[in-house]
Design a protein around this ligand. Structure first.
Ligand SMILES: NC(=O)C1=CN([C@@H]2O[C@H](COP(=O)(O)OP(=O)(O)OC[C@H]3O[C@@H](n4cnc5c(N)ncnc54)[C@H](OP(=O)(O)O)[C@@H]3O)[C@@H](O)[C@H]2O)C=CC1
Ligand SMILES: O=C([O-])CC(=O)C(=O)O
Length: 274
């Protein structure tokens, strides 16, 4: 580490956030100084934090503090509502933000609001790659012009519990791979907000929410979250498959998402960012 110290605020105290706290607790250059949680949850989270042996425990709050404790960066690991509640205000105050709930940007006007808030604060919002890889290549390929991007998402049936897939499939007794959604990334993000972050990320990096084709499957033969996409354009062709292990604490979420946050934070302080 370079001796630079970055103060970090994290929004959310769920599966991703808790793993990020654990993985970065020994990092010399990073100090998680604030944890932003839902109103009324502060005391319960403080108690849980006490059991994590973090050493320098973050302040737990329901709104970002911008006083002496002003963070150098805010990381959203919470959910769609957190973009409106915490990311937009932080950007307007000039705090750069890293975001994982990318599906939220499919809501009408949200991407524009984020851009406007970042412009107002003279800062940037970074969309993290999360559970998917190759976003650097796809976004670069877009500069040359892309003809098509197709994404296929496949998860164990229980990874789709609580989503509209339940209305089409008997997820607890599914015997064979079943397609339950085919359409645009915009529609996928609207219908499956907690499972369409990858589709939205690919769309924003590639040909947009309406042009990105999406197929979603529940598959009892897999125990990983499988993301496949292919893209064609002036640059050539690419195809990427990720077989992501789900987090034990939230099977909807691939563990790689946690590492994508940790990578982004370490890149802020490392003399060599990669
Ligand atoms: N980009 C990608 O590839 C991926 C993105 N994700 C996204 O990341 C996000 C977090 O995932 P994960 O950690 O697994 O989810 P969890 O459900 O485990 O945790 C979410 C946490 O955020 C909190 N939270 C929700 N809304 C707010 C808010 N407005 N203010 C403060 N805290 C809030 C929840 O608390 P409470 O219960 O009190 O509301 C909960 O503690 C989700 O939006 C998910 O869709 C996940 C996987 C991949
Ligand atoms: O695999 C993951 O972590 C989550 C996922 O499918 C998504 O949100 O698109």
């Amino acid at each position: 580490m370079s001796g630079v110290l970055k103060r970090v605020a994290i929004v959310g105290f769920g599966a991703i956030s808790q793993s990020v706290l654990d993985l970065t607790k020994g990092d010399e250059g990073l100090r998680i100084s604030q944890l932003i949680v839902s109103p009324g949850k502060e005391d319960a989270v403080r108690e849980q934090l006490a059991g994590l042996e973090l050493g320098n425990a973050p302040q737990v709050r329901s709104a970002l503090a911008l006083d002496a404790d002003r963070p150098d960066v805010l990381v959203e690991c919470a959910g769609h509502g957190a973009l409106t509640a915490h990311v937009l205000p932080a950007l307007r105050q000039g705090v750069p933000c890293l975001v994982v709930s990318i599906g939220a940007l499919s809501a009408p006007g949200m991407a524009e609001e984020l851009e406007q808030a970042a412009r107002q604060g003279g800062t940037q919002v970074h969309l993290l790659s999360g559970a998917i890889g190759g976003i650097d290549a796809l976004a670069a390929a877009r500069m040359a012009g892309l003809d098509s991007v197709t994404y296929v998402g496949r998860k164990p049936p229980l990874g789709w519990l609580g989503s509209p897939a339940e209305e089409k499939l008997d997820l607890r007794n599914l015997k064979e791979k079943a397609l339950f959604f085919e359409g645009s990334a915009r529609e996928a993000a609207r219908l499956f907000p907690k499972n369409a972050n990858v589709a939205a990320t690919l769309a924003l990096a590639g040909v947009g929410l309406d042009q990105t084709r999406v197929e979603l499957y529940a598959d009892p033969a897999v125990n990983q979250n499988i993301h496949y996409y292919e893209a064609q354009g002036a640059f050539g062709n690419m195809a990427v498959t990720m077989q992501g292990k789900p987090l034990a604490s939230n099977p909807k979420t691939s563990a790689l998402t946690v590492y994508s946050v940790v990578r982004a934070l370490r890149n802020l302080v490392s003399p060599l960012a990669v």
